[in-house]
Design a protein around this ligand. Structure first.
Ligand code: SF4
Ligand code: SF4
Length: 206
């Protein structure tokens, strides 16, 4: 898996959840399908009067989630900015040509109420629950930064093996001498090892 394949898969899903934060810091989520996909950027259309647009202009942070029929969750985190005025028309035409239903929603000149945002520089978290063991990976595109999450075993591990016994995915690697190691690509982030370690040798990176 890689970032470009993830972007293609988001395109196949087609209708994505876009989450923003409003002026009170509350989460807001909606479905968006008026999206054009590039290898390293997403362009999308909304209307200037929508709360969504105001939240993007005020804050810009956006998280996008798509879920495939193969139990793959793809989460893209980045910052959306309006494209320059000189490029607005070009991207509106591109998105309306790719998705003709939009002409029915914003016919003729009414589409001029639209605004195109671009997300360039983001991280993508890929999480596949349809394979055994489960698989996850994170990718950075442009200046996007991966957020470190999950659990890791520290030097105080005594190698008792309890974490391996309680791990639903057997994502703990036995190592001698200790410390054991969590295979991050197969970890659910469930916390069962953390709760059961007798030496409190596992730390949470959340
Ligand atoms: S339960 Fe804790 S001490 Fe035991 S092997 Fe796992 S991390 Fe190490
Ligand atoms: S967080 Fe859950 S899945 Fe990950 S290593 Fe610990 S017990 Fe296993």
């Amino acid at each position: 898996m890689d970032a470009q394949t993830c972007i293609k898969k988001l395109g196949y899903v087609g209708v994505l959840n876009f989450a923003t934060v409003d002026e009170h810091g509350a989460p807001q989520v909606r479905n968006i399908s008026a999206i054009h996909y590039e290898e390293d950027a997403l362009y999308f259309f909304t209307a200037r009067g929508k709360e969504f647009c105001k939240q993007l202009l005020n804050d810009g942070r956006v998280q996008i989630l798509g879920y495939t029929r193969y139990k793959e969750s793809i989460r893209l985190s980045g910052r959306a900015v309006p494209v320059p005025d000189s490029e607005q028309g070009k991207w509106i035409r591109t998105i309306f040509e790719e998705q003709p239903y939009l002409e029915n929603v914003y016919p003729g000149d009414t589409k001029k109420i639209g605004i195109i945002f671009c997300i360039r520089g983001f991280s993508i978290e890929y999480f596949n629950l349809g394979v055994n063991p489960i698989f996850r990976e994170t990718y950075e595109v442009g200046d996007g930064k991966e957020e470190r999450k999950g659990y890791e075993i520290t030097e105080t591990c005594i190698g008792c093996g309890k974490c391996l016994k309680v791990c639903p995915q057997k994502a703990v690697e036995k190592r001698e001498p200790a410390p054991y190691r969590i295979m991050q690509e197969h970890c659910l982030h469930c916390g069962n090892c953390y709760e059961n370690c007798p030496k409190k040798a596992i730390q949470c990176r959340l």
